[in-house]
Design a protein around this ligand. Structure first.
Ligand code: GLN
Length: 216
């Protein structure tokens, strides 16, 4: 197949427009997805940042949770950013009572992990498969009430961790070494938002996963 892949962005809540723009920069056709028929028409799907508890509820209201779970089982490539990473995790710590995830990635995420003091911050991060290309510079990332993964199973490839020290040399406390980007097969997750710092390389990695899955 030679045409550009069509990648949906779940458009129930969260920063949809920014992902559509980043996907287009990365060479895909980005389309919002709110209905089952729209889900069935895409080659891959982005679960945007927003509020995972709200997205969880809306997924059930819009009757998309089960179709989406089935699609993930069936090999649909999905990229989850921030709240989307929470939705892709098999296990969640710090969720609200009754909060569900879609699952698919064998990892435990801690919701709102960075705590109040460091609610939101930006950082330059090395990301396996992205910044290790020749001439690759670190990715500028934005964390907004972000989760991290506390642990991940052997099928999960860790792509980025929080470094032991911040750029200014100060310690980063409990965040040190925590997983903030990971991949398991066709599922990709980042605790941060690459779509708001204008760097489309994470989306390009996802579009590669989508393109490769269309050929198989
Ligand atoms: N804290 C949010 C949640 O639990 C995630 C924040 C985000 O997506 N920027 O869903």
């Amino acid at each position: 197949m030679t045409s550009n892949p069509t990648v949906g962005v779940l458009a129930l809540q969260g920063d949809v427009r920014e992902h559509v723009d980043a996907l287009e920069q990365a060479g895909a056709r980005g389309v919002p997805v709110r209905r089952r028929a729209e889900l069935e028409a895409v080659d891959g799907l982005v679960l945007p940042g927003g509020e995972s508890t709200t997205i969880d509820k809306l997924l059930h209201v819009f009757e998309l949770a089960e179709p989406l779970r089935a699609a993930i089982d069936d090999g649909l490539p999905v990229y989850g950013s921030c709240a989307g990473m929470i939705l892709l995790a098999d296990r969640i710590v710090g969720g609200i009572e009754g909060q569900r995830t879609l699952g698919g990635m064998d990892m435990t995420v801690r919701r709102n992990a960075f705590g109040r003091q460091v609610d939101s911050f930006e950082a330059d991060l090395d990301l396996a498969g992205v910044t290790d290309a020749p001439g690759g510079t670190p990715v500028r990332t934005a964390f907004i009430r972000a989760p991290w993964a506390e642990e991940a199973g052997s099928e999960v490839e860790v792509l980025a961790r929080i470094p032991e020290r911040a750029a200014d040399g100060s310690g980063v406390g409990a965040a040190a070494g925590k997983i903030v980007a990971a991949r398991q097969g066709r599922l990709l997750a980042t605790a941060f938002h690459p779509e708001i710092t204008g760097d489309a390389r994470v989306h390009a990695l996802f579009v590669q996963i989508v393109t490769a899955s269309r050929r198989s």
